[in-house]
Design a protein around this ligand. Structure first.
Ligand SMILES: [Zn+2]
Length: 482
């Protein structure tokens, strides 16, 4: 029995998908030549003045509403002061005491305490506020000192702060997964972690079971993937537990995750931490957001993952598991719907998509976004199975050819003469041969071991190069064996 409870809170920085930066007209394009996307405003030159990008606010409001949060009626920006070369003004425009949205929630699916069920858990969202990103320092390949690229400076960020409601590293992983899915559905960010458009810091502490007071928290930075978040938390929980058990104190500090070593190490302690001296941004006048504005954004919200899962379950009669697996990957869910729109059976499409197609693509290391099989091509394959033209077994051979040769299912079936044999006389003949050749199995079947018919059906299929209708073969064999 574990004596300690873990308390985790996450801070997620999401780069909003606007064409221009948050306070100037510079492009937000990733991967441009260094310092090309800059101007006097985002370089912090004297006399330049920021102008609020309304699109960034609209996207921030969308996220707030999707997280069931309250949208502030008054928007105010503040200066967060710190001195670092990635910040040309020596302050970052952020929001201190009046964030765009607050008091929201995110519902995640977690294992029940017994571990046997999946239950829904509500994670509170403290706030989500707008701010500008900083530039980027480049140390690699630079001999003397470092270089700085201000292209990213001024790109709009939304910082989403959770309540310390998470209890396990797996829950933190699930939270990020669910949040990302919502952001993708809202189309507010591309959530590309490699390009830094989704970044996460984790706060973690432990306390004795039953304690009401929170333990000393440690902040972990430099987390480059959801898996890294989970692993860093696992490491940190173990480290803190060992310290406490040795009777030592946990220091409040910021630690960095080293992916290679699989460890966190101290970056700075709270004593050296910055005092940001927030104060209101005098160059941006606070402004009011009307209820009508909020309602306009609310009405334009797209269908969100949870609603889509429900619809998939009701309309297509999918299991919770299948609906969840499809919906949590938007391109996959869109593809599934495009297949079903061709009039084939949803359950069959779901199986062929999630097991066979994804499996074949993974084997070939092809990302789903580069999937050469169109939705109508997969639907056509499923239709051939549905109407009995080919067996499911044959279809498993056809699908890889569709990927490798970029041909339609119909074409492959015709070329390779794979049409299913439904000629009863022919199948009967092969059944007789198989029965004669396997007296032992026949005896087992007759003595009550009825599942051994599967072996005989397999033999018939083998004899007929998989082209026999397995259903017919089964029926005929059962009849003949009495
Ligand atoms: Zn600019």
């Amino acid at each position: 029995m574990n004596m300690y409870e873990t308390v985790i809170g996450l801070e997620t920085h999401v780069q909003l998908k606007t064409k221009s930066k948050i306070f100037c007209a510079c492009s937000t394009q990733f991967g441009s030549e260094p310092n090309v996307n800059t101007c006097p405003v985002c370089l912090g030159l004297p006399g330049s003045l920021p102008v609020m990008n309304k699109e960034a606010l609209a996207l921030a409001m969308k996220v707030g509403l999707a997280l069931n949060a309250q949208i502030a009626s008054r928007i105010k920006f503040d200066r967060k002061n710190y001195f670092y070369p990635d910040l040309p003004k020596a302050y970052q425009i952020s929001q201190y005491d009046m964030p765009v949205s607050s008091k929201g929630e995110l519902v995640i699916e977690v294992k029940s305490p017994s571990g046997s069920d999946v239950i829904k858990k509500r994670i509170g969202i403290t706030r989500a506020h707008l701010e500008e990103d900083a530039g980027k320092l480049l140390h690699e390949g630079v001999k003397d000192g470092s270089w700085v690229d201000y292209n990213r400076g001024g790109v709009p960020l939304l910082e989403i702060v959770s309540e310390p409601d998470l209890r396990l590293p797996e829950e933190a992983y699930e939270y990020l997964h669910t949040l990302k899915s919502i952001l993708i559905y809202l189309d507010v960010s591309d959530c590309n972690m490699e390009e830094g458009s989704l970044r996460c810091d984790a706060n973690v502490s432990i306390r004795k079971n039953g304690d009401a007071k929170l333990g000393t928290k440690v902040e972990i930075k430099n987390l480059n993937s959801f898996k890294a978040v989970q692993k860093a938390l696992q490491y940190e929980i173990k480290r803190q537990t060992e310290l406490v058990e040795r009777g030592e104190r946990i220091r409040q500090e910021t630690r960095l995750w080293d992916e290679g070593k699989g460890q966190t190490f101290s970056m700075r302690s709270k004593e050296e931490a910055h005092d940001y001296r927030y104060f209101p941004e005098p160059d941006l006048v606070p402004f009011t957001v009307s209820r009508e504005q909020v309602e306009t954004v609310r009405k334009a919200l797209p269908e969100l993952p949870q609603a889509r899962i429900e619809r998939f379950r009701k309309t297509f009669e999918l299991s919770e598991y299948d609906a969840y697996a499809l919906v949590s990957d938007k391109p996959l869910a869109d593809y599934f719907e495009a297949c079903v729109a061709k009039g084939v059976h949803p359950k069959l499409v779901s199986n062929w998509l999630q097991t066979e197609l994804i499996g074949a693509l993974n084997e070939r290391k092809i990302d789903f976004t580069k999937n050469p099989v169109s939705a109508s091509d997969l639907a056509a394959l499923v239709r051939l199975i549905e109407n009995g033209t080919i067996s499911g077994k044959i279809a498993k051979d056809v699908l890889p050819l569709m990927i490798d040769e970029k041909k339609s299912a119909d074409m492959i079936v015709k070329e390779k003469n794979l049409v299913q044999v439904t000629d009863e006389k022919l199948i009967e003949k092969v059944c007789d041969q198989v029965i004669a050749a396997n007296p032992k199995v026949v005896e087992q079947y007759r003595s009550g071991k009825t599942q051994s018919i599967g072996f005989l059906v397999g033999q018939v299929m083998k004899e007929m190069q998989g082209k026999a209708s397995p259903k017919l073969a089964n029926e005929i064999l059962a009849r003949k064996l009495g």
